[in-house]
Design a protein around this ligand. Sequence first.
Ligand code: S3P
Length: 177
Amino acid sequence: MILSITGFMGCGKSSVGRKLSQLLCCPFMDLDAVIEERVGRTIPEIFANDGETAFRDIEKETLKDILASNAENPQSDRRQNPLILSLGGGTVMTPECAEMIHEKTMCIYLNASQETLVNHLESEASARPLLSGTNLRDRISELMILRSSTYEKTAHVIIDTDGKTIDCIAEAILSEL
Ligand code: S3P
């Protein structure tokens, strides 16, 4: 099975995903990293050269391919050999992606408050095209209004992460498996 991790930029999807893959001794994939490798450019470069719509198409096709290749793996097993897949913060906003994620993966939403997100993103906003060149706090608030219900609907499990360490969040996820 695939255990996917969703949530806003800066909520800790990749760190928690890596931790889970260590604890479960199973493979880990970061959707953004797979996209960058596939296209041969960074996410900011894709946004700058091709725009968000093109990025969302690449994101959808890459997700489809990952899900298809895992479905073909007969050894795929819910507990013994899951694939941990950390999604991009906006992946679920493409309806076709949200549907695939909900139907074909066990999806965990890492729910962080806007305060926590601001703290995590302050030093990293420039690596995120959707956050650059704007007031960080306002932008997070604006996007969270648009996204939070979709995160909640798409996920099977919601973990509140405020004040928790990566280890603690990973343990909370394990207890849901
Ligand atoms: C995005 C989140 C990013 C990346 C892209 C768009 C978003 O991933 O996919 O910049 O729309 O929230 P992270 O959530 O890993 O930063």
